[in-house]
Design a protein around this ligand. Sequence first.
Ligand code: NAD
Ligand code: UDP
Ligand code: UDP
Length: 331
Amino acid sequence: TQEFSVSNRNPIHGKMGRVPVGIGRRRMRIVVTGGAGFVGSHLVDKLIGRGDEVIVIDNFFTGRKENVVHLFGNPRFELIRHDVVEPILLEVDQIYHLACPASPTNVMGTLNMLGLAKRVGARFLLTSTSEVYGDPLQHPQKETYWGNVNPIGERSCYDEGKRTAETLTMDYHRGDGVEVRIARIFNTYGPRMCLDDGRVVSNFVAQAIRKQPMTVYGDGKQTRSFQYVSDLVDGLVALMEGEHIGPFNLGNPGEFTMLELAEVVKDTIDPSATIEYKPNTADDPHMRKPDISKAKELLNWEPKIPLREGLPLMVNDFRNRILNEEEGKGA
Ligand code: NAD
Ligand code: UDP
Ligand code: UDP
């Protein structure tokens, strides 16, 4: 019927009985692993906002209850403190798998979520990373590029963990018929980003707010492409709901050197901000920029928020959290 036209084009998977939600689709029950983290909590807001039921699985390794506390008391929201390395039994339609400690346990968590997807017939989405391209010899990077990763390097635990997670995802698809989706996420920033995990945007923004010099590693000429979190969340949902497995690059093609980024942070937060050079880490990729033509064509998705518009949107959140931290210390 007209009412379920969207579902007809995009047949609903899974075995759950569903109740209608608004016009055009039925309410789904969706797991978001890592849903108390930076990206996950924004994704959860979007899914709750459109009327679905969301179960967050998080062990609070890097995530925070504060990121989802506004949803406590919502009957469509559930938070489970659980390590995805341990098996879990749930009945769900979709699994967004974001939980990812930067360690080999990444692989075990992905295996369990794929096992869960297989048992209940849920659709599974893996949040992989641009790091699968390593220090890329192709620029910009297309999904067809196999990458240039040092298997024994300092970063390889994360890179190879995600590469293995992609392999497992495709094996469960081919071997067990699990419906899967793979996103390769490029550097993403926004409110609720971890304050102290050492990423460049969070470092520069926090340093500028604290009136400390911004730490530029190496000569600062290496490049990254920075995506605002709401663009990513739109892309993840488009991928989950669409008909294509991927992998898809989800990132903003706007490319900046670290010195250019420092300049934007300076313009946005404090014109008197300074920089300080520090040695770079080993195996740091020299450049990174997504080719997003595949996502544009097949998912009808592209990012909307350029860096100069996105950065100001995270400043208030950072200011408040830094202020709270300082008050906490003073008390
Ligand atoms: P984040 O650290 O804020 O979120 C990860 C969440 O997973 C946290 O809430 C953490 O507590 C939880 N978690 C970790 N290990 C767990 C475990 N064993 N069991 C249950 N929960 C666990 O990170 P994020 O930036 O939101 O990243 C989300 C996903 O996107 C990750 O898979 C990451 O690899 C991927 N990604 C992010 C970026 C980026 O720029 N933010 C870039 C590429 C890929
Ligand atoms: N798994 C889980 N929840 C489920 C189904 C499976 O956590 O609802 C875990 C299971 O414990 C196993 C992993 O997922 O460790 C892979 O499951 P699968 O059935 O593919 O593997 P098998 O048990 O056949 O080795
Ligand atoms: N970087 C920097 N100063 C910092 C933190 C990072 O110049 O305080 C550089 C880092 O060397 C790298 C780039 O910023 O070249 C991006 O680092 P990040 O850890 O944010 O992301 P990734 O390397 O995973 O893309």
